[in-house]
Design a protein around this ligand. Structure first.
Ligand code: 13P
Ligand code: SF4
Length: 306
């Protein structure tokens, strides 16, 4: 007989003094057992404050790594080491180091979706929830590099009138969506308001009534008087959104003829693997002290500015 994973996980969480953190893109049943469910910013803020002995991070690798950097003396575990992030992977450390060397007078703002090695080379980190504030903390004429998400960087350049140099990385989930997909969706849902995550392309973002992080998108839908929404981000967000707005129609923007649209990396987190982390301490994030110490500075700077 299959175990009652929820019951077992809750029991082990108490025994181990552990917490489970989950991103909105994870499976619904994973979101439901989380002590903290949130966007990248909320999860980093929670990780900074928690007094738990053990953190199981149901997200992707850079998120668990960030939690470890903030908690060097705690056990931080990831349910599946294959939970990478395609966006973080578009920015290899050696290539970025070379890019940085070519622009020695530039400060570096890195989106949290990057490896610890990139964080070490950054002056400050940002998430989609605080990016405008973080960029705004630099003087208008200060030369800046923004990495690794080109779509988010160019959105910030347009919105804030900046000319940051951009690394040309992107997330496969958001990058693939384009105008034609929206036109298609609009034929089906002509009255729906279109909202989007800033990791989407400019050609799509220019049609959006609202652009924001996953938390901001959920809040927007909740507080809006409108009833129907087309949403351009990963489909896992619908679980929490539907809880918040029971009386509204929500449609995730999909690529035509592409049934498996979501972030496969996020979906690798499941209850059985979370249970294994809690029970046997498997998949621990291990990092060297020097990297953690150097990467912590730009993360703490972000948290203090948020
Ligand atoms: P937020 O959690 O900041 O909304 O970003 C979405 C994302 O792609 C996380 O990997
Ligand atoms: Fe990374 Fe994209 Fe998945 Fe977010 S949705 S974790 S940016 S691959």
């Amino acid at each position: 007989m299959e175990k009652d994973w929820v019951k077992e996980i809750n029991k082990l969480k108490k025994e181990r003094k552990a917490v489970v953190l989950a991103h909105y893109y994870t499976l619904p049943e994973v979101q439901d057992i989380a002590d903290c469910l949130g966007d990248s910013l909320a999860l980093a803020q929670y990780a900074e404050k928690t007094d738990a002995d053990m953190i199981v991070f149901a997200g992707v690798h850079f998120m668990a790594e960030t939690a470890k950097i903030l908690n060097p003396d705690k056990k931080v575990l990831i349910p599946d080491f294959h939970s990478r992030c395609s966006l973080a992977d578009t920015c290899p450390a050696e290539d970025f180091a070379e890019f940085k060397r070519e622009h020695p007078d530039h400060k570096v703002i890195s989106y949290i979706n990057c490896s610890a090695a990139i964080k070490v080379m950054s002056d400050v980190i940002c998430t989609s929830g605080n990016a405008e504030k973080i960029v705004g903390s630099f003087g208008k004429d200060e030369p800046l590099i923004f990495a690794p998400d080109e779509n988010l960087g160019s959105y910030l350049n347009r919105k804030l009138g900046r000319e940051m140099l951009l690394w040309n990385g992107g997330c496969h989930v958001h990058f693939q969506l384009d105008e034609e997909d929206l036109m298609d969706a609009r034929k089906k849902y002509p009255d729906a308001v279109f909202i989007a995550h800033p990791e989407c392309r400019e050609s799509l973002l220019r049609h959006a009534s609202f652009i924001g992080s996953t938390t901001a998108l959920i809040k927007y839908v909740k507080n809006s008087n409108e009833k129907n929404f087309i949403i351009a981000t990963e489909e896992g967000i619908l679980h929490e959104m539907k809880k918040e707005v029971k009386d509204k129609e929500l449609f995730i923007l999909k690529k035509k003829n592409l049934p498996n649209y979501g972030c496969a990396y996020m979906k690798l987190n499941n209850l059985e693997k979370i249970y294994a982390c809690l029970k046997d301490g498997v998949n621990e994030i291990v990092m060297d002290k020097e990297t953690m110490d150097k990467a912590r500075k730009p993360i703490l700077k972000m948290l203090s500015l948020s």
